[in-house]
Design a protein around this ligand. Sequence first.
Ligand code: PGA
Length: 247
Amino acid sequence: MRIITADTYEEMSKKAAAIVCSQVILKPDCVLGLATGDTPLGMYKELIKMYENREVDFSDVTIFNLDEYCKLSRESTQSYYYYMHHNFFKHINVKKKNTHIPNGMAKNIDEECRRYEQKIKEKGGIDLQVLGIGANGHIGFNEPDINFEAETHLVELDEITIEDNSRFFSSRDDVPTTAISMGIKTIMQSRKLLLLANGEAKAAAIYKTVKGKICPEVPSSIIQLHPDATMIIEKNAAKLLYPSAEQ
Ligand code: PGA
């Protein structure tokens, strides 16, 4: 596990964008796994700038997103479909047919999970997966559990996640309680992982991810076993890793 600390959110975002950009330059038809949430917004802004400056071309890139809420239409401004189109896809030249987000409105969710997993396999797997992290250590929507869920699956969202994500909805009761998420095996099979974290609220989760026991109660701890994982951690999120640096 490679750990890069950044002094600011901007520095974290620029470094992350540079890594994604290098991946696309090295392999123009690569498969990227992308994440939603507040954390990667700065990275998307940087990538859009790089695209506008003709430093990167997404025309042959395929994208799979980590997760999507169930029972929220794609048009809803809280859906991850909306988030990705609004914050990234519509600003770059990725082809719509090459962007994939689980369909949380599917009638048969199990079938949708199988279809999504199969599609990733057909594309040859993910070259670089970007991850945020929940305050509870979730990656994608793989919540703390007694087992690691392997493949794309239906998730019951954790109370902490519902609380954390309620800031995006008009009330806590509007937050969906279920979602579709890539599983831990899907994520771990990606050739490279890039986890981003900023802010003190993530410090405990980052500490457990890096130094804790590998266990499904802290889903992100599994990253310790990945052969090519990079974490870019803004200094407030890294504060428990290097406590002496704080004094
Ligand atoms: P955040 O969410 O980037 O909005 O903090 C991260 C996550 O829950 O994975």
